[in-house]
Design a binder for this molecule. Structure first.
Ligand code: SF4
Length: 178
């Protein structure tokens, strides 16, 4: 089973610092999957993605999208917390097959990336996040909608951008809902 495999993974050095591998939170058959970057301290302790302050911001955004708990799921590119919460590209390359397998199992109709590293992990050719956010893109089998990372919303300008991009995301999801 994939979850058990990830929990026991020692493929990169990040396993040395983890309390828990952080795998998934959400419905059993979600049609929207949010892809974050890496667990932070709260997530490492709880073993669930986006349960800290950024998680509260994300949950607030998801509530505004009108998604029921069964309709969405949340994963990260990295399953183990990186030191000082700094995304580690080398580890992401090693960890990436787990994300691919999660998406292949979940088969969502829409993938929402959170932050630049999540976007780059799904689409290495994507432009910088401040250009890409709010504009849907297709990469291979996936329809992707890039958002800023909720932890990056620290100013009036980024809060306004987050709100605007969520509004466009709601319209995009309504089209996909059918
Ligand atoms: S970050 Fe990914 S590759 Fe590295 S130990 Fe954790 S699960 Fe394994």
């Amino acid at each position: 089973m994939l979850s058990r495999e990830i929990r026991g993974c020692v493929r990169c050095p990040l396993h040395l610092g983890r309390t828990h591998a952080v795998i998934y939170r959400g419905g059993e058959h979600p049609w929207v999957v949010f892809v974050g970057e890496a667990p932070g301290r709260a997530e490492d302790l709880a073993g669930e993605p986006f349960v800290g302050r950024a998680g509260a911001k994300l949950d607030e955004g998801i509530a505004r999208l009108g998604l029921a708990p069964t309709e969405f799921g949340i994963v990260n590119v990295l399953k183990c917390r990186p030191p000082a919460n700094r995304f580690v590209l080398g580890a992401a390359r090693i960890c990436r097959p787990y994300l691919e397998r999660q998406l292949a199992l979940l088969r969502p109709r829409a993938v929402v990336t959170l932050g630049r590293w999540a976007l780059r992990s799904m689409d290495p050719g994507a432009p910088p996040i401040m250009t890409a956010a709010g504009i849907p893109r297709s990469v291979g089998a996936w329809d992707i909608y890039p958002l800023l990372h909720p932890a990056a919303i620290r100013s009036h300008a980024t809060a306004q951008r987050w709100k605007r991009d969520l509004g466009t995301l709601a319209e995009w999801l309504n089209e996909k809902r059918g």
